[in-house]
Design a protein around this ligand. Sequence first.
Ligand code: 5GP
Length: 242
Amino acid sequence: MKLALSFALLLSLVLAVSSTAEEFDFFYLVQQWPGSFCDTEQGCCFPSTGKPAADFGIHGLWPNYAVCRTGGEPDAEFSIVGARKKCWPEYCNDDNPLSLLEIKDLLKPLDRNWPSLSCKNGGQSMRFWSYEWRKHGTCSGLDQHDYFEAALALKSRHNLTAILASAGIVPSDSRTYFLSSIRDAISDATGFAVNLECNRDESSEAQLFQVYQCVDRDGKELIDCTLPMRSKCTDRVKLPSF
Ligand code: 5GP
């Protein structure tokens, strides 16, 4: 009897933990253009490993709900500022901090492909990865190694910098590009729609800042998803040099 009770308790604990971790519909893989992170009024700081390459860098792999959980349809405002309105799960397990040991074979590719440019992090990209793991990764249903490996594999399979370059969209401080040509270049090359987010440079010109791609719940394949995003983009945007 005692044994059966303990087993039932253990089972309910396991179920509780796994259901928090797995309750989402798809991931957003979010990549940032370093030139657009750096040339805003806030500026940026390079990691201790040096100036990153002029390449999109991973911001995060974020579990998302297809429909926000406050009732009603998701709208443009909802999707990006939606954390408070439950458009995605976050901070699913604070007892599972990121461990260097778990990802030691990934440190080199992470430094190259997931550098932190924020001055708040004092040159430590590990702080950025720990933050992303704690906020988003703990809700992914993946373990630490699989989570970071999945993001790296997706980025290398769909190389945004190369895709844009083959469509003639290259970093420049003077040229502007049609937003639609950026969108089309990526969706033609990958087969899937993307969401584009812009920010403003010091002279308030719109520039491509982040690209959102939808990924299946295993973190393996790109998929289509239809959540609208607040984009701050204009019809023509810059891709500033870095
Ligand atoms: P999130 O958008 O994932 O909720 O939060 C991003 C957090 O990571 C912010 O607190 C931001 O300061 C920090 N961070 C550190 N490095 C970077 C970076 O290179 N890019 C961005 N977007 N955020 C960074």
